[in-house]
Write a protein that binds this ligand. Structure first.
Ligand code: SAH
Length: 335
């Protein structure tokens, strides 16, 4: 039997139903059997592919954004949270060194990563740079000279799912029926739901991302987060999904051996940052990358490498077109 399935059942038998949040925590981060602890989920042989793994141009465009930010106010510390294979940071640093050597020269770099497997991969791809690693970000130390980056990080964090049934709010949880895991609803306190979401029928609360954004906004630090998600507070539904070998699976299918993700509530994160009077924007990945000049850069590369024209066009389309990642993925910036 699946090891985590057994652990979860024992926990439920001892303590009662297990909220989605605790289920996700175990499935993703259990010290021995957790998905992100055990394996490298990225790339062709993994379960999903991310923008930096598709094309180096993604990191180059983020570097252009960072260089622009550094014009207004120096950046002394670049922190990436959930850096995967380290590809994004490596593309950013290579580009920054060229286009903004002064910024590059004064940068401290920290990567925040929980997975030992991915930390090793990052050490390899960033071996030429002076980088520090940590397993958690101490939010109280974030300051106004920091710029924090996260690509597909928020979607990998555990959430609470709240659902309104007959006008009463419940929290979704797992229980056991006929020896099988099954979804159930637990009574919950309505005060957990933000006021402007109380008329909805579904609300997903991502405590870590909300807290992090609040700390960043209060500290004066800048940030850029890219992820798939939504910018509305209407008709919200369950977005929890499981991915294995690039295919969607039942969330309870092979716990700990498939990725669990949720869509990010960008409107909520935007509002939390704006409440602290920070200049906050949410745009689509397609628009953001075009604003940073990804099409011009692609053309330049095509001229230099005519034999790569087709693959460059394919990568560009994948990143910016509305029917691929361009529209579904959003970019949140705090400036
Ligand atoms: N940013 C990378 C990887 C995205 S996958 C890319 O775009 O390719 C999510 C990443 O977050 C992985 O590196 C995973 O190990 C890391 N991660 C998951 N939970 C984390 C946590 N609580 N703290 C830090 N990193 C975490």
């Amino acid at each position: 039997m699946n090891a985590l399935n057994k652990i979860i059942k024992e926990k439920i038998l001892k303590q009662g139903p297990l909220p989605v949040f605790d289920f996700m925590n175990l499935a993703l981060a259990h010290p021995k059997h957790g998905y992100y602890i055990k394996k490298d989920p990225l790339g062709k042989n993994g379960d999903f592919t991310t923008a930096p793994e598709i094309s180096q141009l993604f990191g180059e465009m983020i570097a252009i954004y960072i260089a622009n930010q550094a014009i207004n106010h120096p950046i002394k510390h670049l922190i990436e949270i959930g850096p995967g294979k380290g590809t994004l940071m490596s593309d950013i640093l290579r580009t920054l060194e060229k286009i903004s050597p002064q910024t590059f020269a004064q940068l401290n770099i920290t990567l925040i990563e929980t997975s030992p497997t991915l930390t090793k991969a990052q050490q390899k791809s960033l071996s030429g740079y002076k980088v520090k690693w940590d397993t958690r970000l101490d939010c109280s130390k974030i300051n106004q000279n920091d710029l924090i980056i996260g690509n597909e990080f928020f979607d990998a964090l555990p959430i609470h799912q709240f659902e309104k049934i007959d006008n009463i709010w419940f929290e979704r949880a797992l229980t056991i029926k006929n020896d099988h895991l099954e979804w159930t609803s637990l009574e919950c306190n309505k005060n957990l739901i933000p006021l402007n979401y109380q008329d909805n029928s579904f609300y997903e609360y991502n405590p870590y991302s909300e807290t992090l954004v609040k700390y960043i906004a209060r500290s004066g630090a800048r940030a850029i987060f890219i992820d798939y998600g939504y910018t509305t507070n209407k008709n919200l539904t369950d977005t929890l999904q499981a991915l294995k070998n690039h295919r969607y699976k039942d969330v309870l299918h092979d716990i700990g051996n498939q990725d669990l993700t949720t869509h990010v509530n960008f409107l909520r994160l935007h509002d939390l940052s704006e409440e602290e009077n920070r200049k906050t924007t949410v745009t689509t990945q397609g628009i953001f990358l075009k604003m940073m000049g990804i099409e011009e850069r692609t053309k330049q590369l095509m001229l230099k490498n005519p034999n790569k024209t087709l693959s460059l066009q394919k990568d560009l389309d994948r990143l910016i077109r509305d029917d691929t990642m361009g529209e579904l993925f959003k970019v949140l910036t705090i400036e």
